[in-house]
Design a protein around this ligand. Structure first.
Ligand code: IPM
Ligand code: MN
Length: 359
């Protein structure tokens, strides 16, 4: 019997719905060629929904999402809604509720895509960041006193549990082994200043490393990583780091791989329900114009199929993305592609239609 997957879809805000539509187009095309099927269940969440109803992410929706095999997310964020409400109320809540403790960010410069790094090409920029996704400064620990007065105090604590750190590090070692490229894992931390948190990280890293003698290990402070990522990105294979540093370095990484139109990410619970998203945000100024680049959303869909175990489908999508970036798009920026959002989705889908699938 062919496999069937239930995919919850949260198109979200801004350009989210436009790029998600192209991702679904590509997913439907690939499923029709191969032996599995996908049911898409849309959920209306995000800034517009919040403005209209006051509802952010109700429990009954969380329950419904719990029954799906994966979540496909467009973008969350609205110019009229105070920063933090939707991000914490939807995106972070989903990550925490489903214990998606890994944020996986592949950073690959595809052929035909410009990088701002002079003299660097696709051979130099091909690494993956494994970011811890449920702890650190994102855990919400802390508080404020005497808010709005001259005596105001604000405390935001970084929570690092041995369990949380170790499972993230272990995932990174496993991923590095499976990826089977340079077999090098770099811990990104700040052991020279954050001597409590990163002492824990470093000890856990060194202990787990003993179980992976085939993986070369390395360490770099987060500030130095920013420097090396620009100067010598070819040094990296897999990087593992905490939530906050991972957030920061993956935006830098997205720029060297060609920008937000390309960058995809996954929020993974290896034993549970994972969520896949383009990391570019809601891009209000491009909304509704059919000019935003859907490749990041299509690549997020590709990682979703890989994670669900549909490797062949995933590699066909990646081949399609590679072909379209190399041969078709003039530029990856919104409005500069030489094609509309929908046409770019069609180009990837057309590539897949040409593959030899089931008869
Ligand atoms: C990301 C985003 C989120 C984060 C925001 C929108 C809360 O920047 O996925 O990297 O900080 O994790
Ligand atoms: Mn970010």
């Amino acid at each position: 019997m062919s496999k069937e997957y239930n995919i919850s879809v949260i198109p979200g805000d801004g350009t989210g719905p436009e790029v998600v539509a192209e991702g679904i187009k590509v997913l439907e095309t690939v499923a029709s060629k191969l032996d599995f099927s996908l049911n898409f269940n849309p959920y209306n969440l995000g800034g517009e929904h919040f403005k209209a109803t006051g509802e952010i992410l109700p429990d009954n929706i969380l329950e419904k999402l719990s029954k799906s095999d994966a979540i496909y997310l467009g973008a969350i964020g609205h110019p009229d809604v105070k920063p933090g409400i939707l991000e914490k109320g939807i995106l972070l809540k989903l990550r925490f509720y489903f214990d998606q403790y890994i944020n996986l960010r592949p950073v690959k410069l595809y052929e035909g895509v410009d990088t701002p790094l002079k003299g660097k090409g696709p051979d130099d920029i091909d690494f993956v960041v494994v970011r811890e996704n449920t702890e650190g400064l994102y855990a919400g620990a802390g508080g404020c006193l005497k808010k709005g007065t001259l005596d105001e105090v604000a405390i935001q604590e970084s929570i690092n549990t041995r369990k949380g750190v170790e499972r993230c590090i272990r995932y990174a070692f496993e991923y590095c082994r499976k990826r089977n490229k340079r077999k090098k894992l770099t811990l990104c931390g700040k052991t020279n200043v954050l001597t409590f948190a990163f002492d824990l990280w470093e000890r856990a890293f060194n202990e787990v490393a003993e179980e992976y003698p085939d993986i070369e290990t390395d360490y770099a402070h987060v500030d130095a990583i920013c420097m090396w990522m620009v100067k010598n990105p070819e040094w990296f294979d897999v990087i593992v780091t905490d939530n906050m540093f991972g957030d920061i370095i993956t935006d830098l990484a997205a720029m060297i791989q060609g920008g937000m139109g390309i960058a995809a990410g996954a929020n993974i619970n290896p034993q549970g329900i994972s969520m896949f998203e383009p990391i570019g945000g809601s891009a209000p100024k491009y909304t509704g114009k059919n000019i935003i680049n859907p490749i990041a959303a299509i690549s997020a869909a590709q990682i979703m199929l890989e994670t669900l175990g549909e490797s062949k489908a995933s590699s066909w999508i990646e081949e399609g993305v590679i072909k379209v970036l190399r041969d078709d798009l003039k530029n990856v920026g919104a409005g500069k592609m030489g094609y509309s959002t929908q046409e770019v989705g069609d180009l990837v889908a057309d590539y897949i239609k040409g593959k030899n699938g089931k008869s």
